[in-house]
Write a protein that binds this ligand. Structure first.
Ligand SMILES: Nc1ncnc2c1ncn2[C@@H]1O[C@H](COP(=O)(O)OP(=O)(O)O)[C@@H](O)[C@H]1O
Ligand SMILES: [Mg+2]
Length: 370
């Protein structure tokens, strides 16, 4: 079968089948609104939801084959070293993902949602090791294609727009992002699919396209923080995700794609809400418990610190928690004996002990990992 080519002249879609979309729009919007209500209740979302942001970076990167886990990423951050070099590259991709999100967030504080912000995020995403030969921050100047590993442009499933037409098409994409449309989540669905069909960069298009989800929802005011985690849905249904994207170009099936996307948003908004409220619950319960356990004015300070770094070296805790060192040492003992922290690795020679905060990691993963 010859590859499907980019749907020249058919963006934005003009004949969406609204009767099919409408039953999905209400529930998706309601779920996003409920999740946003939860965001309003969280005192410090960038700290409390940090593990969810890390997990999103892991899952979004996993869709195209990066193999690492949140536990490995956090352990690497704590230890600043890792055993195998293959894992090292994977972990770096995940850390770059988080950094790219932070960069975009920072830029969007002063700039409008724009191609400039997209390119800057790409520059960070592909900065360093694996991406450095993939023109970070620049559109491709050569053709690319999507298909089975090792395929050629003839045996590919899909061939995105030609590089010569990319500039104009990206301009259209940006203009569409700034159009007031009938429904904002449907608009986001279209923006994601078009971004993937254009495939403006040599690599990283999938990840960047998924980052657009929280960024756009935030920019148009549907959520109050740039925190929305969509990738678990796509990762669990990868074949359908790719097939729906392909059907846009092949069959002009924008409606089918939008239905799939609306359902993804609803399911993920509900899932995000469950996880975020579990984390907030945990925080509030531990505030009381850790105060009782430590009988110290520094209890909350220590708790906030471990929420921010749920895998850490004892020496980092002691030097950076801003609590007198003997007290900080006592805290580690008390929190371990009380079951809040687990000792991952004993101190040996000059190597400090490694601790984890399993209850938080489990909330983020939605299952028992430790
Ligand atoms: N048929 C298709 N049409 C358009 N986009 C597709 C299709 N199949 C897959 N994709 C998108 O392409 C992405 C992979 O592109 P790539 O540039 O390698 O991104 P990344 O490196 O971030 O995984 C997938 O994650 C998906 O979003
Ligand atoms: Mg790739």
């Amino acid at each position: 079968m010859p590859p499907v080519n980019y749907h020249e002249g058919r963006f934005p879609p003009v004949d969406l089948k609204w009767p099919a979309l409408i039953p999905l729009i209400g529930p998706a919007a309601a779920a996003v609104a409920r999740y946003d209500g939860m965001l309003a209740a969280i005192p410090n979302p960038s700290v409390l939801l940090a593990p969810l942001s890390t997990q999103e970076a892991v899952l979004s990167s996993r869709i195209e084959g990066t193999q690492t886990t949140m536990g490995e990423v956090l352990e690497f951050e704590a230890e600043r070293e890792v055993s195998s070099s293959e894992r090292h590259d994977d972990i770096h991709e995940v850390l770059n993902y988080r950094a790219a999100m932070r960069e975009a967030e920072l830029q969007l504080a002063t700039l409008p949602f724009s191609l400039r912000v997209v390119r800057e995020a790409h520059r960070v995403l592909l900065g360093g090791v694996r991406g450095q030969h993939k023109a970070p921050g620049e559109y491709r100047r050569i053709p690319n294609w999507i298909g089975p590993p090792g395929c050629t442009i003839e045996t590919a499933h899909f061939v995105p727009i030609g590089a010569d037409k990319l500039d104009g098409a990206m301009g259209d994409w940006e203009r569409f992002a700034h159009t007031e449309t009938q429904d904002r989540v449907v608009q986001l669905a279209i923006l994601h699919a078009e971004f993937e069909a254009l495939h403006p960069f040599l690599d990283g298009n999938g990840r960047l396209g998924r980052m657009l989800v929280p960024l756009f929802l935030w920019q148009i005011g549907l959520i109050r923080q740039p925190m929305f985690y969509i990738s678990a849905y796509f990762e669990a249904r990868r074949d359908e995700y790719y097939e729906r994207l392909l059907a846009v170009s092949r069959d002009d099936d924008w409606t089918g794609w939008c239905c799939f996307f609306l359902e993804a948003v609803r399911v993920q908004a509900e899932d995000n809400l469950t996880r975020a409220s579990a984390i907030l619950d945990l925080y509030q319960k531990l505030k009381v418990r850790v105060a009782k356990m430590t009988r110290s004015q520094y209890a909350i300070q220590a708790l906030d610190w471990i929420f921010e770094r749920p895998v850490f070296r004892s020496s980092d805790f002691i030097t950076s928690v801003a609590i007198p060192a003997p007290t900080a040492r006592r805290f580690l003992r008390v929190l371990k004996d009380g079951g809040v922290l687990t000792l991952v690795r004993e101190a040996r020679g000059r190597r400090p002990a490694l601790f984890a905060f399993p209850a938080l990691l489990n909330c983020a993963e939605g299952r028992e990992v430790l």
